[in-house]
Design a protein around this ligand. Sequence first.
Ligand code: SF4
Ligand code: SF4
Ligand code: SF4
Length: 377
Amino acid sequence: METNIITINENKLAFEPGETILEVAQRNKIDIPTLCHLKNTIPTNTCKICVVEIKGEDGLVESCVAKAEPGMVILSESPRVVRDRQKTIGRMLASGNHNCAIRDFDTLDWTSFQLGVLKDDGKEDLCPVWGDCELQDLAYRYQVKTRGMPLNACSHETERANPFIIRDFSRCILCGRCIKACREIQVNDAIEFGHMEEIPKIITKDDKHLKDSDCVFCGECLQVCPVGALIPDRAFRDDRFKPTQKVRTTCSFCGVGCQMDLFVQDNTIVKIDGADPDLPPNNASLCVKGRFGYDFVNAPDRLTQPLIKKDGKLVQASWDEALDLVAQKFTAIRDEAGPDAMGVLTSARTTNEDNYIAQKFTRAVLKTNNIDHCARL
Ligand code: SF4
Ligand code: SF4
Ligand code: SF4
């Protein structure tokens, strides 16, 4: 028997002792779907979507927890696996208000089916994450037909009391990813599995609103929620059909240099996500400022041109005019009172690179070491 080799869908793959089948598959770009697994956290094994067939074993196994063993021959899309996934997906769709995919859509293309739902079930809102939902993707991929299944009413009211995050429990599939993200990635531990009136629910301590709990609104839970149970309280939900550009950039709120993806429509940021779980320094995490603090970018009262005070009034000037004036004033002060008569305060809200240039300018051009930074600028 070959040492530390498994076969997935006829691909022979090496593994490290202790690796799960899912980890080996993901490392080798073999797509085994999962709705609860979250990279860099302990598997919860709650969704049961990642089941695979191991030759010689009677039952299917969950690949997120099953360790790779030498000689294993694994099928990730066998007819048994597909049938099992279809049942699981169907149960999830029937577990709540999943109005985008609850009907049989054999004869319709997906878009007309989705838009038809609005008329069919009389709901005011199409699901806010329509088109950006992992459960919806799987329902389509495995052609799950749920004709006749009732929409399951959810007695937990949608929580709209919080800044930034709306919690729609009627669409929660209890995968537990949000808890993992909060506890193991952000180490905030604000939410957990619980029950209210004997119905399962993701709860804060004493089931308070997020705003009255230990939540710091980092939004990590929102980023990892695979469905429309956690949604941003932002306009992008209404604009989701517009063309959207994804732009990778560095957060400018502090010097850590978190990598982020901006979702941009018509030159306006509509959402921000952490960039990539494998990309340091933040490995896809963000804080409340980085994730939600972007209104200033398109604020109508934002300064976009220099202003120079003339006759007691601030008037718009060109950059050349403003820079010439500043250079002239700095030179005059330095010549009259010496370089230490000047000092520079930079900001925690600029990038490392900007702060570096500011200290270079202070020391090399102004010739003073009077440079500091103010966290509140
Ligand atoms: S959460 Fe996903 S599956 Fe449920 S209604 Fe919304 S888009 Fe459809
Ligand atoms: S926003 Fe952050 S702190 Fe609040 S529940 Fe989500 S992950 Fe936890
Ligand atoms: S809120 Fe989202 S991430 Fe959390 S358990 Fe429900 S579906 Fe999963």
